[in-house]
Ligand binder design. Sequence first.
Ligand SMILES: [Zn+2]
Length: 137
Amino acid sequence: MGFEKFGRRSFTGITKTAKFVDLLAEGKIDGTVCKKCGAKFFPPRADCAVCLSKEMDWFDMPPKGKLETFTTAMYAPFGFEADPPYSMGVVDFGKGPKLFARLAKDVKVEDIKVGMEVSVRPLKYEDGQISFEITKA
Ligand SMILES: [Zn+2]
């Protein structure tokens, strides 16, 4: 099992970070942390980009942060044609890796503000696929 259950269009079937999808199904949004140097990564990496160690562990991403930036897509790539308009943003948790994701559909574009408190939650689509999304804290 790889990333088959992740996202709306998955192009990565096999990966060493497939546990990310299992954790997501349990309601956890996890990154990886290097056991050797402590560098943290999100999306999770199987190998440390700092010291090249393969000894990685999992850690829970913080539940809340601030919206650092966002954009609203009026057009979408292949496979997502029915989705626009939708917004995507970057969450800054104060320390550690930032997170990029879509904002939840129930967050109105006019209510999105840079610096607003947000949280990140798992998302299950009607077809059983899973992902995660940013929502108001
Ligand atoms: Zn490292």
